[in-house]
Write a protein that binds this ligand. Structure first.
Ligand SMILES: Cc1ncc(COP(=O)(O)O)c(C=O)c1O
Length: 376
């Protein structure tokens, strides 16, 4: 059997990874400014993470959600405290797209309404519900339908026009749009959405799958605007590579037996991984590190003449560069540095592990400077 060939691949075969570095089968060392798509939060194979997962594996890795699993409660309590949402409830699944599916369903169950509002260039995952609110038509099959209207970001009047129709269960928005190329909604737009959602009995869903878990210098990107969301979706950095996702749910949502469900979600091993992540984030002050090194990177990047625009916060940075696509290719082939792309190929997406150091930031900056000089 062969693999279903859907991924364009770099000709690189990683065999091990430690901290912010990835090593391939030829012994080549790569600096990771991509984190495997914003997934590596505390650094690759962090010793505490490895130990906690190994300990759990020695005891019990999995049993279904038909029994008491105390490590789920431990995770919910720790996540509640770390995120500033201590009175919310947690539903555990295995990925970002599943978090979105459950968030959309909950909004609809809760309001008894069918429609979700979403924004231009939004990406919320590739399952049916996720695709319905994802503005990349090529990802959609005929089965998915194409009746979604995507609203311009930061346009409150457009949102209110739709809400007035009376059929809107919820509004979904990324804390910072990732796939779009690191696009941040204005703080007053989020404040306005909060008010409109309350006024029209709609649920405000913040998708923090990519922008959450300390990446932007706050636990959640939307916390910069001072608002509280009704539902928040998380995944990626939550497990540092171990598949886990979560839905943080306001206490006003009523749980009932069988309303949601999953086989693997919240298994012992995934919870151990997610707890290790939160423990390391706290112990090593990784959210503060995000702010400090993000500010440093942004300041230094802005000094480079060919940098046209910088977006984002903390360690979620979009860099619009003259010839950005070529620079990105050369960073990887010549300097052995992974960065991310975006829907605009001239944007570099920087999503390093949150324990990146100034030394590594300087390595990236030197490499970018060299590449833009060569191209000038
Ligand atoms: C904002 C956002 N939401 C949802 C998803 C889907 O997550 P997953 O790939 O884990 O299903 C992604 C993945 O890139 C994302 O960036």
């Amino acid at each position: 059997m062969k693999l279903f060939d859907v991924y364009p691949l770099f000709n690189i075969q990683p065999e091990k990874a430690y901290g912010c570095y990835v090593y391939d089968d030829k012994g080549e060392k790569y600096l990771d400014f991509y984190g495997g798509h914003a997934v590596i939060s505390i650094g690759h194979t962090h010793p505490h993470y490895v130990e906690r997962i190994q300990d759990q594996l020695d005891k019990i890795a999995f049993y279904s959600n038909s029994v008491i699993i105390p490590i789920q409660k431990e995770l919910a309590e720790k996540l509640g405290k770390a995120s500033g949402y201590p009175d919310y409830n947690l539903f555990l699944i295995n990925s970002g797209a599943e978090a979105i599916e459950n968030a959309l369903k909950l909004a609809s169950f809760h309001t008894d309404k069918p429609r979700i509002l979403a924004f231009e260039k939004a990406f919320h995952g590739r399952t049916s519900g996720g695709l319905q609110v994802t503005d990349y038509p090529k990802m959609r099959a005929p089965f998915n339908g194409n009746d979604q209207k995507f609203l311009p970001l930061n346009d409150l009047a457009a949102v209110e026009t739709e809400l007035k129709k009376g059929d809107v269960a919820g509004i979904i928005i990324e804390g910072i749009q990732g796939v779009a190329g690191i696009v941040e909604p204005h703080a007053d737009f989020l404040v306005g959405l909060r008010k409109l959602a309350d006024q029209y009995n709609a649920v405000l869903i913040l998708d923090e799958v990519q922008s959450g878990y300390g990446r932007t210098g706050r636990f959640f990107a939307h916390q910069y605007s001072g608002i509280q969301a009704d539902i928040i979706t998380v995944a990626k950095g939550m497990g540092n590579g171990f598949p886990i996702g979560g839905v943080l749910i306001h206490p006003k949502f009523k749980a009932s037996s069988g309303l949601l469900g999953t086989t693997f979600g919240g298994n012992h091993l995934a919870c151990a991984a997610a707890l290790a992540v939160l423990e390391v984030m706290e112990e090593e002050n990784l959210i503060a590190n995000s702010t400090i090194l993000g500010d440093y990177l942004i300041k230094k990047l802005l000094e480079i003449e060919q940098v046209k625009k910088i977006t984002g916060r903390g360690l979620m940075i979009g860099v619009l560069l003259e010839g950005g696509k070529q620079v990105r290719d050369n960073l990887l082939s010549k300097h052995k540095i992974f960065t991310g792309g975006a829907s605009n190929p001239d944007i570099l997406r920087l999503l390093p592990p949150l324990n990146i150091t100034k030394l590594e930031c300087d390595m990236l900056l030197d490499a970018i400077r060299k590449e833009v000089m060569v191209m000038a």
